[in-house]
Design a protein around this ligand. Structure first.
Ligand SMILES: NC(=O)c1ccc[n+]([C@@H]2O[C@H](COP(=O)([O-])OP(=O)(O)OC[C@H]3O[C@@H](n4cnc5c(N)ncnc54)[C@H](OP(=O)(O)O)[C@@H]3O)[C@@H](O)[C@H]2O)c1
Length: 266
């Protein structure tokens, strides 16, 4: 199966590297193109993948086409290659572009999948949800699963859930980065050297996330393990509850999901 990447930027590069590492395909089964192809030659050579000379050639020679451009460039590019997309599988990672818009731009016989990855995909710790268009098959879902699993976790959802996914895992890394920064600042405020405070904050978030994943315990149970009666952690938790941390995070997910829905309406 030949995978064609229409737009080979940060996310597409991570996907290709992940796919090659996971033996999801051979290097010569990957075809890429960019708007400004000058620096692509070196990158493609390094990975052993092939360069297309024009978008049209890439589409003609690929079985699955992954559109890796920014959302603003996506639909115009699809309209340009529409005559060659007939019967092909098209996977879009463009935030906010609906299956309906993709289908209209790509033609009614194209099998379309819309995916919502997040930035940790760039270090293969991503979380992606994808939704199938009307003509996409179970085999196409498997292809998407392979691609996105190579850079993290992948889940199939209905398109209606994609805005919620955007609010949670799509924008979520920004909430976690803010939390890490605030945790480190708290340490600095209490007298820790800045570099040590940041390293402690990073490792605390990383270790806690890994602990939830590895033990499969509910986060509330794990929190109880840290918070002994009358202890320091309960004092901190009282403050977090008083200031509405949980409500604030839930409201942030709602705000991002609502905004994604608004932007999606165009
Ligand atoms: N980065 C992430 O972590 C992330 C997370 C979730 C979703 N996404 C989605 O992934 C998509 C790409 O994001 P990115 O961060 O990888 O962006 P990026 O690094 O800017 O990559 C976009 C690529 O598309 C190419 N391109 C634009 N127009 C083109 C055209 N007409 N023909 C061929 N190539 C074209 C650009 O080439 P030139 O550089 O030559 O212009 C560039 O290499 C976006 O739609 C974004 O919503 C990204």
């Amino acid at each position: 199966m030949v995978f064609g990447f229409l737009g080979f930027g940060k996310l597409a590069s991570a996907l290709v590297e992940g796919m090659l590492e996971a033996n999801c395909c051979a290097a010569d089964e990957v075809l890429v193109i960019n708007r400004h192809p000058e620096d692509l030659v070196r990158r493609a050579d390094k990975l052993g993948i092939r360069l297309a000379s024009r978008p049209r050639q890439l589409v003609q020679q690929s079985d699955a086409i992954i559109v890796g451009t920014k959302p603003a460039d996506c639909l115009q590019l699809l309209r340009e290659v529409r005559p060659y997309l007939d019967g092909k599988l098209l996977i879009s990672v463009a935030a906010g572009i609906s299956l309906d818009s993709l289908q209209t731009a790509a033609g009614h016989r194209t099998r379309v999948i819309r995916a919502m990855p997040n930035t940790p995909s760039l270090i293969r710790q991503g979380a992606t949800a994808y939704a199938l268009g009307d003509h996409a098959t179970a085999k196409d879902a498997e292809t998407a699963e392979h691609i996105f699993s190579s850079v993290g976790l992948a889940f199939r959802v209905k398109e209606i859930a994609i805005d919620a996914v955007t609010g949670l895992s799509g924008s979520g890394p920004a909430y976690v980065f803010t939390f890490i920064e605030a945790l480190a600042d708290g340490g600095v405020m209490m007298g820790l050297p800045r570099e040590i405070a940041l390293q402690l904050a990073i490792q605390t978030v990383l270790g806690s996330a890994q602990m939830v994943r590895d033990t499969q315990q509910h986060p509330a149970l794990l929190r109880e393990m840290v918070a002994s009666p009358g202890g320091t952690t309960m004092a901190a938790i009282e403050t977090l509850e008083m200031r509405g941390l949980r409500y604030t995070i839930m409201a942030a997910v709602r705000a991002a999901a609502d905004r994604a829905r608004e932007l999606g309406k165009g």
